[in-house]
Write a protein that binds this ligand. Sequence first.
Ligand code: 3PG
Length: 412
Amino acid sequence: MSVKEYLTIEDIDLSGKTVLCRLDLNSPMTPDNRILDDKRFRSSLNTLKELDDSKLVLMSHQSRPGKSDFTTMEPHTQRLSDLLDRDLIYVDSIFSSGTVSEIKKLGNGDIMMLENVRFFSEESLKRSAQEHATSHMVKRLSPFIDVYINDAFAVSHRSHLSIMGFTWLLPSIAGRLMEKEIHSLSKGCYGSEGMCLYVLGGTKVDDSLKVVKHVLSNNMADKVLLTGVVANVFLAAKSGNIGKLNMDFIKSQGYADQILQAQKLIKEFDNRIGLPKDVALDKNGERIEEGIDELGKNTNVDLYIHDIGLETIVSFSEEIKAAQTVIMNGPAGVFEKDAFTLGTVELIEAATQSQFSVIGGGHIAAAVEQLGMESRIDHVSTGGGACIDFLAGEKLPGIEALKDSAVKYRAK
Ligand code: 3PG
């Protein structure tokens, strides 16, 4: 993709302008609201530092409605302030009259953070740029904004309001992080020679199922290896018995319907979907290895699956090392718990030995960093689902909206 399909920071004089910058600061958090990993913050700094002569309004989301870490942007403001070593203004609303008067008061070099955009329910509607442009949020804020920047690659696979709506009305450009992601990921799997392997884990089962279907049916991956909760859904689809606790967890996350989808995928692509042969169960923090065939048979012992088992770690690692390109997204298990880090660590280690490795963002990127392995991976993306969709050759709505806006801007 040519960078000049969309505008970048050089293309518009931003000095003295009021700039609305959409970041993705969505990060893992502790139950008492502390940010556990600030990779996305650090990745946004280049853009923010270049805008030190603008009046900067920042916008981000944290988590999703209903989740325990769906919280305000106050801790995020503080973390950014620490990283930039300067004060930031935080307002606890998105487009109230108080917020608008704060925006009007901004001076050159000021930075202001708006509240979590997902507190506004229309944010998460899937709409076109033109439809979102009619929302209250866009109508209320855009008269006070000169330029919109999308530096939120990680959420640009969602056609959400704050990603699309402003691009319809305002000159819109890609931030530095967005540019870097597009540039690095363009060298990735899509269209590459040799064995291409996707290794999908974590808890976002709905996103992963879409990827499995897309990359296998379009021959963009030779094979997909599954770990984490995604694998549990496929194991349930195959054998029907992964233990009551694990089934209840899948249901509690709203993924019961995905079991049927997984069954269809297994039927269509059976030998191209690699599932764990064994798992590690969590018995009061202790790691208990169990073969898949034994799972759920002993009804007196019902334990959570918290990692892939040793045999699976060995066989998946061999496949990963032999691949030309490895795209890995989502941890293999609950790697935050000491006894269950093994699968995630070993699969990342194997990926460093493949020809070209990409790690999707979120929890697995945090693991790579904690392990000090970032320099041995070709690209650690800030995007999870966005990275996967991009590599699968899908058009990301946020990037498409920037391209459309560039065409409009140039025509003026
Ligand atoms: C992510 O963490 O992948 C992005 O912030 C997008 O979050 P979402 O999957 O809740 O839309």
